[in-house]
Design a protein. Structure first.
Length: 393
């Protein structure tokens, strides 16, 4: 195993009616004015925005609102939020929503705390020196942004989807009430759970010697999520299942399941970012669509690692050797994704990739042929193209 640092400073308030503590949580930050940032109409229709606003008002905290965040959050709205915050004197961003809202909030927070255009950070041309404080009221178990150091934004100019990781952006607090997820459509529930699984699997598939405890935590989390998403799909108001998914969302992306590893592979996330940027698909679904093709491409480099996953996570019977066991595990994971309504090929999302499309995606994913992606097996532009081609139909 490798030496590591583990940093997870977010104050978590978990449980039914946790939203009632919003006022005191924000007031404790000593801020002057809050931006309540949210997505579509569900936060309004459910009454959640009214509850949050009332809690802030009761605590004597002034607030302004900005909605309109969409999946694959847009740079244009981030810039609108930055301008609004500067005009209104906002010094705290409160995200009310899922990963897209939290990511957009983090980007706004970077923008009001630094002098340059915020896209410079996501384009990797500059490094942020500061970030305004951010808090979150989570409404979907998925991205883990509420406890991670990451955010992802899509630039409409070229439809480039790019991520930024910095400890500066970790949320000061995260309010998690599983009952807020009861009304999520089944597809969003399954897509969110798939994102949780992938955050752990990206870290799990590593070539370095791992700490058995870290592996056990990761394997247990994966098995738990697979159980809980099935239960939540069968009964959307199963509190224990919803709570399990919501807590796993945070644990899968706050670094816990990667302690002692090399940080993980992350190829599938890079592959999906280009699909999400170009075709505006649900992130978790896009991850499912490329995972098995990536896995079959890289597995020969370390079949023993995939065989361990197959037995300990997927519960398959070992084959004659690690390669056979590994392939059984990949097949089982693919079958699981299909069983919860997720795609296992890009074409199943209604995307008919042409040769030109795949070449374009590979070119962008390789940052215009200037980088390789992944650590398990580093993939260059041609190898990236081959994965897209394998995942196409």
């Amino acid at each position: 195993m490798k030496n590591f640092e583990y940093y997870a400073p977010t104050h978590v308030v978990f449980g039914t009616n946790a939203v009632e503590k919003i006022g005191e949580l924000v007031r404790a930050q000593g801020c002057k004015k809050v931006l309540i940032h949210y997505g579509g109409g569900s936060a309004k229709r459910s009454g959640l925005l009214d509850r949050v606003s009332a809690a802030l008002e009761q605590a004597g905290v002034a607030a302004v609102q900005l909605g309109g965040v969409v999946p694959n959050p847009r740079l244009s709205l981030v810039r609108e939020g930055i301008a609004l915050c500067k005009k209104e004197g906002v010094d705290f961003i409160l995200a009310v929503g899922g990963g897209s809202v939290i990511d957009s909030s983090k980007a706004i927070a970077y923008g009001i705390a630094n002098d340059c255009d915020v896209w410079e950070f996501y384009a990797k041309r500059q490094v942020p020196q500061a970030c305004a404080p951010v808090g979150a009221v989570l409404t979907i178990a998925a991205a883990g942004s509420e406890m991670s150091n990451s955010s992802v934004i899509t630039n409409e100019d070229g439809w480039l989807k790019r991520g930024l990781s910095s400890e500066l952006s970790r949320c000061k607090f995260a309010v998690m009430d599983p009952t807020l997820t009861y009304t999520l459509p089944a597809y969003q529930t399954a897509s969110g759970a798939s994102d949780i699984l992938m955050h752990t699997m990206e870290r799990y598939f590593t070539q370095v010697d791992t700490l058995p405890l870290t592996d056990s935590i990761a394997e247990g989390l994966l098995r738990s999520v697979m159980h809980d998403v099935r239960a939540a799909l069968d009964n959307p108001e199963d509190y224990d299942a919803r709570a399990g998914l919501m807590w796993a969302s945070s644990l899968s992306h706050n670094g816990l399941t990667g302690c002692g590893t090399d940080g993980g592979d992350w190829s599938c996330h890079q592959l999906e970012h280009e699909l999400g940027g170009k075709y505006d698909i649900a992130h978790g679904a896009g991850l499912c669509a490329v995972w098995s093709s990536w896995a079959r491409t890289v597995m020969p480099a370390n079949p023993a690692r995939f065989a361990k996953f197959a037995v300990n996570v997927m519960g398959v019977e070992p084959g004659a050797d690690d390669v056979e066991t590994a392939n059984r595990g990949i097949d089982a994971m693919e079958a699981f994704f299909a069983s919860i309504g997720m795609p296992t090929r890009i074409g199943q999302m209604g995307i008919d990739l042409s040769e030109e499309d795949m070449r374009e995606l590979a070119y962008k994913c390789s940052f215009m042929n200037t980088r390789k992606i992944g650590r398990f097996v580093p993939l260059d532009q041609q190898a990236i193209y081959e994965v897209y081609k394998r995942a196409r139909a």
